[in-house]
Design a protein around this ligand. Structure first.
Ligand code: GDP
Ligand code: ADP
Length: 205
């Protein structure tokens, strides 16, 4: 008896989350993944910046030397990469995205607005979410309270924040992170249709 070929699994949704340093991206995504009813994973991206206290290599980031990063660029191992805050390199390894999407996982990229622009070119159906602070004072206060940056690095992030905030209109969804629970719920609501569509495609071929 001819057995039907299994239907190919539709790739899981690609979601980009950007926003100024200190707005709450990492905090929100940790909660989003931990409470997600869907198969959802944050891509562990690579950077040449040094680890901050409490950051775990291979979990927070892949912490690479400049040489390792440049080799990854040469070998086309990065889906996108950017120089952020004029100092450090950040990039998304392809093997943090493609194998998971191929299994129907949603993958979330927490990347800067330059990376988001590149993903818009490469993956037109990605969902782009911008996380906005309630106001400038709160952004600066959260960054200072987080307390893990030198004054120089903090000032560099605040300068870059102006450029990032100006990019918000290019995003599909803008969520204000005032109350974290409310922001999390808005992000979940933005993502849900991508999984609903996937589910119907994967269960009703
Ligand atoms: N383009 C790009 N940006 C990234 C990547 N990984 C992290 N970023 C961004 O780099 C910026 C700096 O991240 P980080 O050094 O962790 O500082 P933080 O935003 O203050 O927590 C943030 O906007 C991140 O979203 C990546 O792989 N590619
Ligand atoms: N809604 C919120 N209200 C108050 N503090 C928040 C909120 N969201 C995040 N924070 C705090 O703000 C700081 C920056 O959050 P973080 O997730 O590191 O931001 P990002 O990853 O965007 O740089 C952290 O100390 C975090 O606990």
């Amino acid at each position: 008896m001819q057995t039907a070929e299994p239907e190919p699994v539709q790739p899981g949704p690609l979601i980009v989350l950007s926003g100024p340093s200190g707005v709450g991206k990492s905090t929100l995504v940790e909660r989003l993944v931990a409470t997600s009813p869907w198969p959802l994973r944050r891509a562990i991206t690579a950077t040449t910046r040094p680890p901050r206290p409490g950051e775990i290599p291979g979990k927070s980031y892949h912490f690479w030397t400049r040489e390792e990063f440049e080799r990854a660029i040469r070998n086309q191992h990065l889906l996108e990469w950017a120089r952020v805050f004029d100092t450090d390199y950040y990039g998304t390894p392809r093997d943090e995205v493609e194998p998971y999407r191929a299994k129907g996982y949603g993958v979330i990229l927490v990347i800067d607005v330059q990376g988001a622009a590149r993903i818009r070119e490469l993956v037109p159906d990605a969902l782009h979410i911008f996380l906005m602070p309630p106001n400038w004072e709160t952004l600066e206060q959260r960054l200072r309270q987080r307390g893990d940056l030198s004054e120089e690095r903090l000032q560099r992030r605040l300068q870059t924040a102006q450029t990032e905030l100006a990019a918000a209109p290019h995003f599909d969804v803008v969520v204000i992170n005032d109350n974290l629970d409310s922001a999390l719920q808005q992000v979940q609501q933005a993502i849900a249709p991508r999984f609903a569509a996937l589910k119907s495609r994967n269960t009703n071929p």
